[in-house]
Design a binder for this molecule. Structure first.
Ligand code: MN3
Length: 205
């Protein structure tokens, strides 16, 4: 059975960028519901419970037909939020830039960090409706940014997510209401670049 992963910091730790109430509801209600619904959908499919949720997302097209939609929605929701809690954190992104091989690749692909963060912010802001903006690594495309609807993620497209931003209204509405661009701007202050660098290194090994 899948379970809610432990949060490495308190609900208030990302204030003022992400408020405590949003963190609490997002983690204990929204993420928990994805976990519960994924477990319910996998009942009777014991052979799949030995897989990680990331593996399940990566094999979405070969899953039994009746499981594809619940794994896309709730498996995606579980995988995406599990990643999100790790790639943000307290005392993280404010004034800090990525380093090492990730920064080298960002400069190669986007020119510089500012151009990268602008393209990411623009795509996150322009995404219509619920979804996520992703920085992903693909063996053919390399490092690239795209947004995906609902709980779809790069694993479902054969890629590896490096950085993800939840732009569902439940991620920001309590504090920012309809001002999604302000939430996106605040996000850069809480990115845990060490974790993002680690994910890039693992993806490109
Ligand atoms: Mn969410």
């Amino acid at each position: 059975m899948f379970t809610l992963p432990k949060l490495d910091y308190g609900y208030e730790a990302l204030e003022p960028y992400i408020d405590a109430k949003t963190m609490e509801i997002h983690y204990t209600k929204h993420h928990q519901t994805y976990v519960d619904k994924l477990n319910a959908a996998l009942q009777g499919h014991d052979e799949l419970l030995s897989k990680s949720v990331e593996e399940l997302c990566g094999m979405i097209d070969t899953l039994p037909g009746d499981l594809q939609t619940p794994v896309r929605n709730h498996g995606g929701g579980h995988a995406n939020h599990s990643l999100f809690w790790k790639i943000i954190g307290p005392n993280a992104g404010s004034g800090v830039l990525p380093e090492g091989s990730l920064m080298t690749e960002i400069e190669k692909v986007f020119g510089n960090f500012e151009a990268f963060s602008k393209e990411f912010s623009d795509k996150a802001g322009a995404h219509f409706g619920s979804g996520w903006c992703w920085l992903a690594w693909g063996s053919e495309e390399g490092l690239h940014i795209h947004s995906l609807p609902n709980q779809e993620n790069p694993y479902m497209h054969g890629d590896v997510p490096i950085l993800g931003l939840d732009v569902w209204e439940h991620a920001y509405y309590l504090k920012y209401q309809n001002r999604r661009p302000e939430y996106i701007a605040a996000f850069w202050n809480v990115v845990n670049w060490q974790e993002v660098e680690k994910r890039f290194a693992d993806a490109t090994k």
